[in-house]
Design a protein around this ligand. Sequence first.
Ligand code: GUN
Ligand code: ZN
Length: 429
Amino acid sequence: MAQKTLLKGRVLGFNGSPFEDEPTDAVRVDEAVLIEGDHIAAVGSLADLSAAHPDAAVVDYRDHLIMAGFIDPHVHYPQTAMIASWGKRLIDWLNSYTFPEEMKFSDPDYAAEIAGRYLDLTTAHGTTTMCSFCTIHPESVDAFFTAAQARGQRVVAGKTCMDRNAPEGLRDTAQTGYDQSKALLQKWHGMDRISYAITPRFSPTSTPDQLEAMGALWAEHPDCLMQTHLSEQTDEIAWVRSLFPNARDYLDTYEQFGLLGGRGLFGHVIHLEARERDRLREVDAALIHCPTSNTFIGSGLFDMNGLMRDGHRVGLATDTGGGSSFSMLRTMAAAYEIGQLRGHPLHPAQLLWLGTVGSARTLRMDGCIGNVAPGMEADLVVLDLASTPAIAQREACADDLWEAVFPTIMMGDDRAVADVWIGGSRVDR
Ligand code: GUN
Ligand code: ZN
């Protein structure tokens, strides 16, 4: 018999989208959640669940918020050690800080050290699933999946392919990029909770031959996700135009090689043209908003309101280490601030949804993670809504749940994370 645990607290789940309904109508708050083995078995009133499951161990989280673990659908785990590097915009930032750091991942010991450090840090911040770029080194993929597998985490990652405009030692070729990606995919995809994502970094660092090979690999494995970057900075877009003079726009540099589809994840997507927006919507591709990165690298202001209104599938991500935080709370705060700058403040229910259900939808995993409901995998974060004196004094005069939650979204960090559950087990941090 699977072990039963009853968690008591304020259990927050979504029964709709806070972007389609009145935000608060999309939310359900219950008194308890029952974990059975590695899944959520029931959500409901404490009296009902205690009576039905007298054999369950009880953990009392008082008035803490119990919700789905955060899901971060665009990160670069190899950039953990160079997060918060000063003063550069995208292309200079890649050349000055990112590529030298990624070079170190030819060493499997270094890759294992950073993979473990990254997963420790993100777990401490309440993130239970992420979709990560690795480096061009197959060792960097093995290190990440090995570390995640040992922790029982649901993760997605892929070997970052680059065959031009990157330094010697950080380039593969169209053929080796294809061969190594395929071997890693065959080794890892579908093992335990691991999924492989085909990963061309972005079109400036891949030749047309490599993009074509990546498209061919995706066509052979259409159940895999594909992740890349799109339309992050205006200088980058101009560079893409000069590298692909025949392309209709930036998106076309992927589309013409079979790298556009419903299981594609496109990071940043800030300066989109009308055709690009329409095509991304038509194929139901995933758009990943990375707000701390977009302000940190100076990229621009994502059009959350317009893209949501048009029915795009949007997730929220840190983009570690272009992003300046490992925290999805901090990332929600930045999304709120960018919304304000565009004249559309996001409701706290929308922010929490983006970092859980919304991000799970971008990974096509909303059937198993990202919400608290019977049958879902038991990945949970428990939030203390009074984790610092500054937050506590604001929370103390809150009139409703949303006023109580919003200070933690805006000012919270890993101190707000009281507990994390992964695959039905409490993580010993
Ligand atoms: N575009 C291509 N590579 C990267 C990266 O590593 N980070 C960000 N923010 N943008 C990119
Ligand atoms: Zn990125």
